[in-house]
Design a protein around this ligand. Structure first.
Ligand SMILES: Cc1cc2nc3c(=O)[nH]c(=O)nc-3n(C[C@H](O)[C@H](O)[C@H](O)COP(=O)(O)O)c2cc1C
Length: 156
């Protein structure tokens, strides 16, 4: 099974999780790169605004093509909603046509279910989902969660 892991990250946590999933799945992976500025205080406010008002973001052309994979795993940080660069990625790539999809969301502590359901509404039913609290990254519990998530993906 050919798998691809795609993720956007503002402060690095979703990259770590995306890369760990890709390693466990022996999958290709690619980061969504935005040309917009989301760092710092004003960047934080902008991120939240774009997530709440379902705005899009200007993103770089992806090197990978979702149509070449059997499974695409898509990850977003929780910005009080889906991160706007992920929303743009979805609008530019027909994930409905991909055989199998799965999602993950990295959050501070709560609300990631909303992000997962927003992604599902714009794509299709995932074969599995995963929520990670940023503070748990690297812990034994985190490693087990990644392992379990990926072994289910491999079986389905
Ligand atoms: C604008 C904004 C809104 C956020 N809202 C939430 C939230 O509602 N719930 C939560 O648990 N974390 C929230 N967070 C925290 C991020 O989800 C968390 O820091 C995550 O690890 C960021 O991932 P990243 O490092 O890949 O960017 C928010 C972060 C930002 C920037």
């Amino acid at each position: 099974m050919k798998a691809l892991v795609i993720y956007y990250s503002r402060s690095g946590n979703t990259i770590i999780v995306g890369k760990d999933i890709a390693e466990a799945l022996r999958a290709d992976d690619e980061e969504i790169v935005s040309f917009e500025k989301y760092k710092g205080f004003f960047g934080y406010i902008r991120s939240g605004y774009e997530a709440i008002f379902k705005r899009k973001s200007d993103i770089a052309i992806m090197l990978t093509k979702v149509s070449e994979y059997d499974l695409v795993v898509l990850g977003s940080p929780n910005w009080g909603g889906m991160a706007s660069p992920v929303r743009t990625f979805i609008s530019e790539n027909d994930l409905k046509k991909v055989k199998k999809i799965a999602f993950f969301c990295v959050q501070g502590g709560s609300g990631a279910e909303k992000v997962l359901s927003q992604i599902e509404k714009l794509t299709k039913k995932p074969i599995n989902t995963l929520i990670i609290n940023a503070k748990d990254i690297g812990s034994r519990d985190y490693k087990n969660k990644i392992k379990e998530f990926c072994s289910k993906l491999k079986k389905k």
